[in-house]
Design a binder for this molecule. Sequence first.
Ligand SMILES: [Fe+2]
Length: 204
Amino acid sequence: MSSTNRSTILHPTRIDLSADIRVQVIDSLNQAVAVTTDLKSQTKQAHWNVKGMDFYQLHELFDEIAGELEEFIDLLAERVTALGGVAMGTIRMAVAASILPEYPVEILDGKDHIAALADRFAIYAKLLRDGIAQTDELGDADTADLYTEISRTVDMRLWFLEAHLQAGDMSAANSNGKPATAKTAAKTVAKTATAKTTAKKSKK
Ligand SMILES: [Fe+2]
């Protein structure tokens, strides 16, 4: 986490975790607050701007996901304060500490919005899993449990998003080891169609 997004204030508390451990957990949590805040705003961006035949379904889905992320921000920030830290939760603090790429403004189609969100949810899911391992190792089972709870829902949401992209061709999503984008999926489908046509022609 960048020093601009780090509070050095640590309030006294009777909690039985040492100051050294609390500082490390608070840093991890504030990073998660920043990324969750960024992801929530990006999900709202998709909610407002998605277009196409699946507009209403996706508009609603994205709003539901943004609502969940808002709840996660509150849970993470309140764990920071429970540990005696200062929650770093403003938009400018989020900008300073988020690891997500900026949301593309030129996309319109539902598949492109889903792919953009899936890419970002994959980064977020990894951050949470790293958070589980780190806080577990530090001996803060409660923060690890909080991360686990959030992580489970985030993995489910990643599945929801990716399920929209995988209907045509599963290999399109996984062939390069990266989350599928509408473009890569479309390319693979086009390649398969060409191969099928060629095979048909050679049979004749
Ligand atoms: Fe709305």
